[in-house]
Design a binder for this molecule. Structure first.
Ligand SMILES: Cc1cc2nc3c(=O)[nH]c(=O)nc-3n(C[C@H](O)[C@H](O)[C@H](O)COP(=O)(O)O)c2cc1C
Length: 346
């Protein structure tokens, strides 16, 4: 029997309330399948924003099919909601959401597995009904209590509370998990997941005690043997990271956390005006290419290496099949031990 079963595990149909969350614009079908096969929820990530969005949609579809071919367990997709300066949703978001819904509509086997769609970045208001009508569980990642309430009121099924120490794109307000998660769990009735800083059963036990029903991790799952689609130098850079080696710079949708290196220093210089005027569209393209270069070529100095602060506390690659159930066992054991050590409440 799974040691921790709750509203979230039942809603999504998984054993352990442990999620490998979106890691775009990188390749994650093998990793997602490994996490799902281990009893957690793996996520296929968005494949970037190529100029040719039809090609992007085909790549996304291939990644989804690859994941489905490697496990028969449920899995998720993550699609950030990009918005332009007028607040209009960017075409890549629309194309990717419709790609997922069309793939499920055409294949009932896939629809049974690909049950969860996670949005992040901008507010997904116009897609909520579409996702609901397709019968998917809709999770949305937020960085504030106000956004969490807005999401729950809009009918979103699960809120992912994103603390500022998280890897990749972080909330624009720098609120950390210990402050954010209890505020959000007080404010909404839907299941809440903590994302940012978790790495083992202690983080899961802490999340549960703050009222969350699971954790969604990025950095811990990047540093696994099953993440074989990424260049080993990327994984090694995370294992080598020390406290203070990470920094938040201007990413594609607001602040983004990665390692301090030549690429992030260059970006921070531009933010402070050192390099004069830079074309915004060109800069966004450079950022995405630079992130992908780090992942595919292992260029961890001139490429942007996204990671959470928790990399400084991770020193080894783990095996997903052992790690996921052991993490749930560890959390349950901590909770039992703490409860047993307290005087009986009369
Ligand atoms: C390399 C990298 C890429 C990421 N890409 C995405 C993404 O495409 N969409 C998204 O919602 N979150 C993205 N994130 C955030 C993760 O889904 C997750 O919320 C975060 O890593 C949690 O913090 P942790 O790294 O401390 O576990 C990314 C994180 C990293 C480290």
């Amino acid at each position: 029997m799974a040691p921790i079963e709750n509203r979230y595990t039942r809603l999504v149909g998984i054993e352990h309330p442990i999620v490998q969350e979106g890691l775009g614009p990188f390749r994650t079908p093998k990793l997602a399948a490994a996490v799902s096969a281990a009893g957690g929820l793996g996520t296929v990530s968005m494949p970037g924003m190529p100029l040719d969005l039809d090609a992007g949609a085909r790549t996304f579809r291939q990644h989804i099919d690859e994941c489905a071919s490697l496990t028969d367990r449920p899995f998720a997709v993550n699609i950030p909601v990009g918005v332009d300066t007028n607040g209009d949703v960017l075409p890549f978001t629309d194309v990717y959401i419709r790609t997922v819904l069309a793939a499920r509509a055409a294949d009932s086997g896939l629809a049974g597995q690909l049950r969860v769609l996670t949005t992040s970045a901008g507010f997904p208001g116009r897609y909520v009904q579409l996702i609901k009508d397709a019968g998917m569980v809709h999770q949305h990642k937020v960085g504030s209590t106000r956004q969490a309430v807005k999401s729950a009121e809009a009918g979103i099924d699960v809120v992912i509370a994103a603390g500022f120490e998280m890897g990749g794109h972080a909330p624009s307000k720098a609120v950390h998990t210990f402050v954010l998660v209890p505020s959000i769990t007080e404010a909404v009735d839907v299941p809440v997941l903590l994302t940012g800083g978790a790495r083992d059963g202690r983080g899961l036990a802490a999340a549960l005690s703050m009222g969350a029903e699971g954790v969604a991790m990025g950095t811990r799952f990047i540093t696994t043997h099953q993440n074989s689609d990424w260049h080993p130098a990327y994984l090694q850079a995370l294992l080598d990271a020390q406290e203070g080696d990470d920094v938040a710079f201007d990413g594609v949708y607001g602040p983004c956390r990665g390692l301090r290196n030549a690429a992030s220093r260059q970006l921070l210089g531009q933010q402070h005006g050192a390099d004069g005027e830079v074309d915004a569209v060109e800069l966004t393209r450079w950022k995405i290419e630079s992130m992908q270069r780090a992942q595919t070529d292992g260029d961890v100095e001139d490429g942007l290496v996204l990671t959470g602060q928790v990399a400084s506390a991770i020193h080894d690659l783990v095996d997903v099949a052992e790690f996921v159930p052991a993490m749930a066992e560890q959390a349950a054991a901590i909770i039992h031990r703490l409860a047993a050590s307290l005087p009986t409440i009369r």
